[in-house]
Design a protein around this ligand. Structure first.
Ligand code: COA
Length: 243
């Protein structure tokens, strides 16, 4: 019999700011191949974000599985989606600027995307290039004060759906369209035959702070009625940067 935590999707907000003195201990948690990736970043802030995100990912997953950190074995699918070998725990990670978000589910597959909200980007130009025409039209017809929010709901929603499949984002952006006018994107207004399973999935929009918007997709849990358990605190570095 699973406990409550195992029955509910969990979302972790992980601030990627860390004291320099914490980086050594966090780095020691990473695998040799993750350490190599960390060493290749040109900019210190990107290296720091990678180390903090992946160390926290390992701590949280090992804790869920009740196994020592060095026994956690993360592999990747063909298109890069990480998964835990020989275990039914599903997870997906996303990061943007100084925040990572991690969705963890014992029930079924999940996808998550977070974006830092830039107020000065050309939302319509980007939408015309990447979004489905039905999404672009909603954005174009939105009142100016809603455009940024609609844009990020659509962006993170599309990525979260596609990250759930693990198929990669690039080839499928035009294969489905979201209703971005609803406060929660619970409805798809178009799906190609190939992506019909999307119609059964569940969506939740999370706002970790005023600067970020995140969308979570679950193949099992009805998130509209049973919202995820959200853990805003970071295990190690605290939440100072966004308080
Ligand atoms: C991973 C991908 C699917 C999303 O990239 P992203 O939004 O830049 O990155 P996110 O921070 O949300 O997610 C990255 C994490 O997802 C996980 N991931 C990697 N490949 C994945 C895949 N195919 N499916 C699901 N998750 C994946 C990894 O944990 C990765 O973390 P890491 O890079 O630190 O190891 C990327 O391959 C991609 O296709 N990006 C294109 C983005 C784009 O053009 N969007 C158009 C606007 S809608």
């Amino acid at each position: 019999m699973k406990n409550t935590i195992q029955n509910t999707l969990q979302v972790w907000h992980i601030p990627l700011t860390a004291q320099e003195s914490m980086l050594g201990p966090l780095l020691s948690i990473l695998t040799e191949s993750e350490k190599k990736i960390a060493a290749q970043f040109k900019f210190e802030k990107h290296r720091r974000r990678y180390i903090v995100a992946h160390a926290n990912l390992r701590i949280i997953l090992a804790d869920q599985l009740k196994i020592p950190l060095n026994e956690l074995d993360i592999a990747t699918q063909e298109k890069g989606k990480p998964y835990i070998t020989d275990n039914p725990l599903f997870f997906n990670l996303s990061h943007s600027e100084d925040l990572a978000v991690l969705a963890v589910s014992w029930q079924g597959n999940v996808g998550i995307d977070v974006e830092y909200i830039k107020k000065d980007i050309s939302t319509l130009e980007i939408a015309q290039r990447f979004f489905h025409p039905l999404e672009y039209d909603q954005l174009k017809n939105a009142v100016p004060e809603q455009q940024t929010e609609f844009f990020y709901r659509c962006w993170t929603g599309k990525e979260a759906f596609l990250k759930t499949t693990g198929l990669g984002v690039a080839n499928y952006l035009q294969s489905f369209a979201l209703d971005i006018q609803e406060p929660n994107i619970t409805r798809l207004i178009y799906t190609s035959d190939e992506l019909k399973e999307f119609e059964k999935w569940h969506v939740y929009i999370d706002k970790p702070s005023n600067d970020y918007l995140s969308t979570i997709v679950s193949t099992i849990e009805p998130l509209e009625h049973n919202p995820p358990l959200i853990y805003p605190q970071n295990l190690i570095t605290g939440w100072e940067a966004h308080s």
